[in-house]
Each structure stands twice: as structure tokens, then as C-alpha cells.
Write a protein that binds this ligand. Structure first.
Ligand code: ZN
Length: 190
């Protein structure tokens, strides 16, 4: 077991913006209003889909985290748990050893602190106490928290010919400056 998994860090930093970027790939090439309209429709439908998905779960913890925990369940058997002070343990496998504090929900491998659900070492401690590992998962991963995120809706909208008329002049697009070379559609990563 390594100390900090750079993959975990990377996915927390870029995951959301990158997946959103890939979804709006086509919309990004359109003129501004069309682009915003396409994004609005996408988000409107997505909020609904996610909410329906969440409502179908009869679980306290979201399925993705349950799946991760079920994989850890098999791995934790190999680790030996040695009790120390109150809620503190030393978890060993060969020469590897990590200090776990299930009270503060921390492990020296730092995965628990980073992900919000027990790492294999934390799991081993919880299993040795015959407790339910789901009680040690961060509340952020509960179904109720998930549904809370998707409780808002974007209202549906009539076509633009049904929008109320106003006396303001129509907004014009900015003057186009063409830079040499083919315009890039890739996101600038840095
Ligand atoms: Zn750990």
C-alpha cells in the first residue's frame, strides 16, 4: 500500500470539470445562445435523471461506495488488527503497519481522510469490532445527501417565439477577431 495515490488526488481535482467538458464538446462549438440553450437542456434533463436514479435506491449509502466497500471487505481479511488506546489500532500486514483511529476516522495511509470512507486498514478495525462499516462512511455519501443535491429543478421553457417582447435593442455578438491558424477546440489544461 502506497502512501497517497496520485490518481485519487487527480480525479478529485479534475474529474467534475473534465466530464462536464466532454459532455458539452459539441455545444461549445455553437454560437453563444445556442450553446447555453443546449447546456440548459442537458442540465435540466440530467437533474431529473439523477433524482429518479437516487429515488430508486433503497440504501443508506450510495451504490458506488457500497461497491468499493465490498471490494475492501475481501482485502481487509489479510490485515491483522492490534488494539492500542481507546479507538486506536495498529493494523499490520508483513512489514507494513498503519495507525488507525476509528474515533477520528483517520488512518496513517491517509486514504480514509481523503476519500471519506474507510480504507482497508480502517475496515479491518471496524470488522474486528463486528460493527457496520457503513456507519463510518462520511454523510456526504448517503442517499439522502445525494437526493438533496438533485432536489432543485430547472423549469422547462417555451420556444423563443413565445418569449415576452421587450423594447430593449437586441444584444449583438462581439466583433470577431480571427487568429491565425485553425481555431482550437481543446480545453487549455494548464
Ligand atoms: Zn489506511
Amino acid at each position: 500500500m502506497g502512501f497517497i495515490n496520485p490518481k485519487i488526488l487527480g480525479c478529485y481535482k479534475n474529474g467534475i470539470s473534465e466530464s462536464f467538458n466532454s459532455v458539452i464538446e459539441v455545444a461549445r462549438k455553437r454560437p453563444l445562445i445556442t450553446m447555453l440553450e443546449e447546456i440548459r437542456i442537458y442540465v435540466m434533463e440530467r437533474l431529473y435523471r439523477q433524482k429518479i436514479k437516487g429515488q430508486s435506491w433503497d440504501l443508506t449509502i450510495c451504490p458506488t461506495i457500497r461497491l468499493k466497500l465490498s471490494k475492501l471487505k475481501d482485502l481487509q481479511r489479510f490485515w491483522k488488527v492490534i488494539s492500542s488506546g481507546y479507538q486506536q489500532y495498529e493494523v499490520r500486514l508483513g512489514y507494513d503497519a498503519y495507525v488507525v483511529d476509528i474515533g477520528s476516522r483517520t488512518c496513517a495511509c491517509r486514504t480514509w481522510q481523503l476519500t471519506g470512507y474507510p480504507c482497508v486498514h480502517g475496515y479491518a478495525c471496524i470488522a474486528s469490532l463486528n460493527r457496520d462499516v457503513e456507519e463510518y462512511v462520511s454523510p456526504w455519501f448517503t442517499t439522502s445527501m445525494y437526493l438533496n443535491c438533485y432536489r432543485y429543478i430547472i423549469n422547462p421553457l417555451n420556444g423563443s417565439d413565445m418569449w415576452p417582447h421587450v423594447d430593449y435593442i437586441n444584444p449583438l455578438p462581439p466583433k470577431r477577431r480571427r487568429l491565425p491558424g485553425r481555431p482550437s477546440t481543446k480545453r487549455k489544461r494548464d
